[in-house]
Design a protein around this ligand. Structure first.
Ligand code: FES
Ligand code: FES
Length: 165
């Protein structure tokens, strides 16, 4: 360990973890290099594309910019946690059903942003979905299918809630 190394403790995908980090390490560095979680990806490295999106305390953050030192005590969720119950999350299933990806490089970011959207607004219009996801870029231009998938997931989740109540 170097003189500047520090330890951070946080919750990662529901489990308490610790990591030895350097002050310049980003969340993306720690996820990939310490925990072998590769779902969040670096594309622009400048907070402009959304490929590195993770949820920190339930809010989306750019893993390429967010310093790991600030994670202490946080609750971090990555795309790997979406199917934690052994079943695909409705958003994952809807992305598959709608063919809402080609190379898939952007997909983890879109899934987590969409999860955040549906938590805040369970029945968004297409315009609201488009607006909410406007910070996520897809170089394969799968935007129409992505909007369709979020809509489908929202419908399925709302139907499931009605069946329970
Ligand atoms: S890689 Fe982080 S926003 Fe593009
Ligand atoms: S599916 Fe290729 S970048 Fe979005």
């Amino acid at each position: 360990m170097s003189n500047t190394a520090m330890k951070v403790s946080f919750t990662l995908n529901g489990k308490p973890v610790q990591a030895d980090i350097e002050p310049h390490h980003t969340v993306l560095d720690v996820l990939r290099n310490t925990f072998a979680l590769y779902g969040a990806r670096e594309s622009c490295g400048q907070g402009l594309c959304g490929c590195c999106t993770v949820l920190i305390d339930g809010r989306s953050a750019s893993g390429c910019l967010y310093l790991a030192a600030a994670l202490d005590g946080s609750n971090v969720e990555t795309v790997e946690h979406l199917d934690a119950d052994g079943e695909l999350h409705p958003l994952q299933q809807a992305f598959i059903d709608c063919g809402a990806f080609q190379c898939g490089f952007c997909t983890s970011g879109f899934l987590l942003m969409s999860k955040q959207l549906l938590a805040a607004n369970p029945d968004p219009s297409d315009a609201e979905i488009r607006n909410y996801l406007s910070g996520n870029l897809c170089r394969c231009a799968a935007y129409p299918e992505i909007i369709q998938a979020v809509r489908l997931a929202a419908n399925r989740m709302n139907e499931a809630k009605q069946e329970v109540s």
